[in-house]
Design a protein around this ligand. Sequence first.
Ligand SMILES: [Fe+2]
Length: 233
Amino acid sequence: MAHVGGDVPRKIMLLSRRLIPRLAVCDPELTMTCPPWLVAGAGMDALSHAVEEWLSPRPHPAVDAIALEVVRRVARDLPRLHAAVVAGADTTERRDPAAGMMMSALMAGMGFDKGVGLVHCLSHPLSALAGVHHGTANAVLLPAALEFQRPHVPDKMRTLGEAFASAGLPGDPVEAVRELNRRLGLPAGLAAMGVGEGVLETAATQAFADPCRLTTPVRFKPADAAALYRRSM
Ligand SMILES: [Fe+2]
């Protein structure tokens, strides 16, 4: 992703085979100095990738299996990791859930073939216009976005709820994400993250133009995006 300045800042996607790395070093030791807010926000970004890949209408059974497994793993590992970080646990206690989350983030990245959806459409403009952290914005937007999409994909939402419930979270995916956000100490809404009412209409227009709308299970209009922002404030 790239931030583009100008009169109206935008965040756009840059895609090229030349941008695909030849090698990725996934060593949880490198995350041992991450502060709690970054552990929570980055972890919820990985979760939002898996949730949106599962909901994407693009057919890809292999990614479906990966995405549901990532939801189960993040629901299990992320609260443990965050609690260890907040408690100042030494690297031994922190290493296991950190390794789990790093694998989950990698697995969710492997699922990008299915595309992500509405939450990413909504969060990209907020990073450009209000400078908010991407994963944290996703976490705050997820409950309203899931509620909006649920009537259109009820079976997928039920299966998603079962994945959360496997780790002891509520079997309703909206409630499960709210509970995770609470446990991780994430902001209660966009306003608490510094997003002002003044950017919402521009953000809604940009969300409607975001390429991730092509893999969203529900068609939405700029007015829907604006309503979802306001419900998430
Ligand atoms: Fe993301």
